[in-house]
Every structure is written in C-alpha cells, then in structure tokens.
Design a protein around this ligand. Structure first.
Ligand SMILES: [Zn+2]
Length: 101
C-alpha cells in the first residue's frame, strides 16, 4: 500500500490545524510543575500533547501507527511510536481487537 509520490504534506497540514489551538508554550518553564508538562512529545504530528508514561502515554509499533495515521503522520523513535493518551485511545478505536485492560 504505497502512494507513489503523493504530495502528502498538504493534506496533513490541513488536518493538523484543528488540533493546534494552543501549542504556544513549551520551552520556557521547564521547572514549573511536573504534572502539566511531559518530557516525551507525542509522536503523532497532528498532536502536541505528551506521551509520558505517567500521563497515560503508550508506545505503539510503527506498523500500528501507520494503520491509523498513515505513512508520515507520526515520528518514530527507535522503532516505536510514542503516543499520548488520547492518541492511544484513537488508535484503539481504530483497532478494536486484542487487549483489554
Ligand atoms: Zn497525541
């Protein structure tokens, strides 16, 4: 399932808009409070939340991420894609199947 030379960024940019309402502040106040800001950014490009474990973040395999967000809708690290809680939920909805906690 490959799309030959599709100008993908245009589509993704448009889609990204609706999520990006307030993503202004991330660098400045590192030592303010640990509860609000995480250290691991969500790997989904549409998303500006955090994927830290203590914030409900999860890591998906690249294959899993592609199924839900497409070839270039995510950033992978070391073969995994870290996702925030809400992205994980979204993925889980898309993949109603295996595990239930
Ligand atoms: Zn996310």
């Amino acid at each position: 399932m490959k799309h030959p030379l599709k100008p993908f960024h245009m589509g993704f940019k448009a889609k990204a808009r609706k999520h990006r309402s307030d993503a202004g502040e991330d660098t400045e106040k590192k030592d303010a409070k640990k509860s609000k800001e995480g250290e691991i950014p969500c790997g989904i490009r549409d998303c500006s939340k955090y994927a830290d474990k203590n914030m409900g973040g999860r890591s998906l395999s690249i294959d899993n991420a592609i199924e839900t967000w497409g070839d270039s809708g995510y950033d992978a690290r070391k073969g995994r894609v870290r996702v925030c809680k809400s992205c994980y939920r979204k993925w889980k909805k898309d993949n109603k199947s295996d595990d239930m906690y």
